[in-house]
Design a protein around this ligand. Structure first.
Ligand code: NAD
Length: 308
């Protein structure tokens, strides 16, 4: 894609070439976009280079002359440091005026709003677009993006995100994408604990997994945690329970997202009980061996604590 084609946004600096970022950047490249990658970890740069992605040697080099700075970082603190610069000029300083700063990381809502304020104050544009769909979705280009952005930027954002995703939801202004993501994931964490408790109770009461699944999946307890990511092996052959809880969606990421939800609950004064409890349960799960297991593996903890 050249700068003369209508959809061409100009150069994309793609920063953060980890599990998610690398395949997302490669999908943009394959679609013909002009992409330059960067990661602070040399092994990530080497892997991206081997996958055909041109890479810069510093973040500033990638962002210089970029029309879009797309980030896929572990945390909001890292994003804010990169925007402002720590010992070197930050991305906001080196990027040309009116660059679109598009952050796809999952970060704290308050930090997402702060990042947007900084970008706008520096004469740029900003959007948050966290994803769901995991590494499989990143590789296949089937992610869901939850977008917080000015409506006037949505056309340009859509052109990019359609390459990497199959569903885009414009949730509102800056920070709204992160807000939607943590609300969804808080509900997901709570519902998975509920599903796991229901199956362990069923085991104690002598129900087969299949019988309970057949009821829940067609009755009022129906939810994604049961019908797609069923925490017991058998009823849903593709669920991680059938492969000893290889993720899927890792316990560490659920613990992270529930921590972000907890911050938002505290900042907004919501009187929630299950969200904070789910955050505590997944923090413990993650700290005690579940970090790299699918979050549905929480059922093994419930069984263990139930003497099963
Ligand atoms: P990851 O740790 O594999 O990748 C993050 C990358 O960012 C790393 O390679 C790291 O070296 C790099 N990085 C850190 N600081 C940097 C900097 N200053 N400049 C350039 N690169 C830097 O994480 P991931 O699994 O790819 O996840 C990325 C984001 O996506 C996270 O916010 C995560 O919560 C979110 N997410 C992940 C998944 C998933 O299934 N992995 C699903 C949905 C959302």
């Amino acid at each position: 894609m050249t700068e003369t084609t209508p959809a061409a946004p100009g150069r994309i600096a793609f920063l953060g070439l980890g599990h998610m970022g690398e395949p997302m950047a490669v999908n943009l490249l394959k679609a013909g976009f002009d992409v330059v990658g960067f990661d602070v970890v040399p092994a990530a740069v080497a892997a991206a280079t081997a996958a055909g992605l041109p890479c810069a040697t510093t973040a500033a080099e990638a962002a210089t002359g970029a029309a879009i700075v797309l980030t896929m970082f572990p945390s909001g603190a890292i994003l804010l440091d990169a925007y402002r610069g720590v010992d070197t000029p930050g991305l906001l300083e080196v990027a040309p005026p009116n660059t679109l700063f598009l952050d796809c990381s999952t970060i704290d809502v308050a930090q997402a709003r702060e990042a947007a304020e900084l970008a706008l104050a520096a004469g740029h544009r900003s959007a948050d677009a966290p994803v769901s769909g995991g590494v499989v979705g990143a590789e296949a280009g089937t992610l869901t993006f939850m977008i917080g952005a000015d409506a006037s930027d949505m056309d340009q954002i859509t052109v990019l995100l359609e390459v990497m995703g199959k569903k885009l939801v414009h949730c509102g202004e800056h920070g709204a994408g992160q807000a939607a993501k943590i609300c969804n994931n808080m509900l997901l964490g709570i519902s998975m604990i509920g599903a796991a408790e229901a199956f362990v109770l069923g085991e104690k009461l002598g129900l087969s997994h299949q019988a309970l699944y057949d009821v829940i999946s067609t009755a009022s307890g129906q939810c994604w945690a049961v019908t797609t990511n069923c925490p017991v092996p058998g009823p849903v052959p593709t669920s991680p329970a059938n492969r000893d809880y290889v993720p899927g969606f890792a316990g560490a990421l659920m613990a992270k997202d529930l921590g972000l939800a907890l911050n938002a609950l505290e900042n907004t004064g919501v009187s929630a009980q299950l969200g904070p409890l789910a955050a505590q349960i997944y923090r413990q799960f993650s700290d005690e061996g579940g970090a790299g297991r699918d979050f549905s593996g929480i059922i093994t903890e419930i069984r263990k604590n139930s003497g099963n």
